[in-house]
Every structure is written in structure tokens, then in C-alpha cells.
Design a protein around this ligand. Structure first.
Ligand code: SME
Length: 163
């Protein structure tokens, strides 16, 4: 994220406020994807996938939740596929500077050049993720990583409080 165009701390405070007001995890995820897409022009596709461990056939699946951007053909992603599957399986944030050089990559838009995926943790277990695609190569800096992980953590904390 460019500190020239966005005041990081103020934006994080706004997101924290959204989380404190949210009536449901779905509403919080919708608010986060909407605000990230609005505030950060290089975030071209922003969406959550949540893990369905009860999925019948094909094992656990990442199921597309709230998102902003072009429609993706990948509405259900098995854990052994995509950068999305890899991030939840490894339980760590993945930043891919050049998606076309990564054999795991599942394409959503031909325009996508780079991607970041941060897991959502509930009590230390990855239960979903926040996935962001950019049309710019190597678009995601250390600040973006902090911001995206913060957003994923807001959802994780919200879900933890409901458990
Ligand atoms: N690129 C992701 C798939 C999700 S779509 O891009 C929205 C992946 O490789 O897992």
C-alpha cells in the first residue's frame, strides 16, 4: 500500500471500528472487501474463502465468500489446489510476485499479475483466508502484508468470540 495515498494507521482504525460494529462475520467480511477495494486501487480482486470441512466428496473445500471484482470460476477450491489451497495448508501468508511463474496458480483473470493470500485463524487453526489479486506485478509490499493480515485477523477474532 502506498503511504503517500493512504494513511495506514487511520485506515486500520477505520477497519477496527467496522469490526467492532459488525453484526455478523459475513457482514464484516463484506465491509472489509468493499473498503479495501475502494481505498487501494492496486487491489483489483478482493475476496474471502472459508474452509468447509464437511464438504461431501473431494475432501475439505475453500468456498468463496464475500468478494469484490470480476466473477471467478474458482468458487470451490480443494486444499491441494491453487495458491489459496497452499496458504491454508501451510497456515501462512503467501505473497506471489509473478503468478504466471507459479505452477500452483489458478487463474481468475488474465490481467492478474500478483497475489497475496492471508489465512484467517480461529484459535490457531486456519479456517479460511483473505485473497487479493493485483493487475500490477509484485504489487504487495510489507505494508500490504501487514494490512491484509490485520484484516484476516479481524475476522478470525470476530469468529473466535462467537465460538
Ligand atoms: N488465484 C487463486 C484462485 C482464486 S481467484 O484468483 C479469485 C489461486 O491460485 O488459488
Amino acid at each position: 500500500m502506498s503511504s503517500a495515498t493512504t494513511n495506514y494507521d487511520a485506515f486500520v482504525k477505520e477497519l477496527d471500528h467496522l469490526a467492532s460494529q459488525a453484526a455478523s462475520a459475513e457482514q464484516l467480511m463484506t465491509a472489509i472487501v468493499t473498503r479495501l477495494r475502494e481505498a487501494l486501487p492496486h487491489y483489483n480482486w478482493v475476496g474471502f474463502y472459508m474452509l468447509d470441512t464437511q464438504s461431501s466428496g473431494g475432501g475439505p473445500m475453500l468456498v468463496l465468500g464475500p468478494y469484490v471484482g470480476t466473477e471467478t470460476p474458482h468458487k470451490r477450491i480443494p486444499l491441494n489446489q491453487g495458491i489459496c489451497g497452499a496458504a491454508v495448508t501451510a497456515a501462512q501468508t503467501l505473497v506471489v510476485d509473478d503468478v504466471n511463474a507459479d505452477p500452483r496458480y489458478l487463474a481468475c483473470s488474465l490481467e492478474t499479475k500478483s497475489e497475496i493470500v492471508a489465512p484467517v485463524f480461529v484459535k490457531g487453526v486456519a479456517v479460511g483466508e483473505l485473497d487479493i489479486d493485483s493487475h500490477l506485478p509484485a504489487a504487495f509490499t510489507a505494508d500490504d502484508r501487514r494490512l491484509v493480515e490485520h484484516c484476516a485477523n479481524l475476522v478470525g477474532k470476530f469468529l473466535e468470540e462467537k465460538v
